[in-house]
Design a protein around this ligand. Structure first.
Ligand SMILES: Nc1ncnc2c1ncn2[C@@H]1O[C@H](COP(=O)(O)OP(=O)(O)OP(=O)(O)O)[C@@H](O)[C@H]1O
Ligand SMILES: [Mg+2]
Length: 149
């Protein structure tokens, strides 16, 4: 990453299907269009209940496949359909794991220049102004983070 005359070659939009993440994806697509950036749109599926639980049985292969499949169709496809991706090299990515840690790992893996996220997500608990995933990404992402309200 070069700072003087910085422009993003690789932009990453993280989406959980929420309105905030959709706004973030629009911003990311627009930036990518103007800068001729490669755009990744990533969604992270949390492992089904029981994966982390003490004594909980690991999910079956079918349950995992189903969770991933649902994410692929309901989140990524809907997000991409809503965007103007004309002229953008866009690639959707679907991972299973802890959202913040997985997104951070992905940013490093693809040497991302800009991560675009929503300030809030699909969580229903409104204890804080900023969501916990957004908070962790703002603190620990390896590249600049653009947070969309
Ligand atoms: N599973 C996920 N996959 C990809 N991006 C995500 C995921 N979860 C959150 N994000 C990104 O982080 C942003 C903020 O979401 P976050 O989860 O922090 O807020 P929240 O759901 O309102 O709060 P919390 O999850 O702490 O209850 C989202 O708009 C999205 O850009
Ligand atoms: Mg959330």
């Amino acid at each position: 990453m070069e700072w003087p005359g910085w422009s993003p070659d690789v932009v990453i939009a993280a989406t959980d299907g929420s309105d905030g993440s959709l706004r973030a994806a629009h911003v990311a697509a627009s930036i990518s269009q103007k800068n001729d950036s490669k755009l990744f749109i990533i969604t992270v599926v949390r492992p089904p209940e029981g994966w982390w639980g003490i004594g909980g049985a690991p999910p079956t292969a079918t349950a995992l496949a189903k969770a991933l499949d649902e994410a692929q169709h309901s989140v990524l496809d809907l997000t991409v359909k809503d965007l103007d991706t004309e002229g953008i090299d866009v690639q959707t990515v679907e991972e299973l794991g802890d959202p913040a840690a997985t997104i951070i790992g992905f940013c490093s893996e693809v040497d991302g220049d800009l991560l675009v996220i929503g300030r809030r997500g699909a969580g229903l608990i409104e204890r804080f102004v900023m969501g916990s995933v957004a908070d962790r990404l703002a603190h620990y992402a390896p590249c600049p983070v653009l947070m969309v309200p």
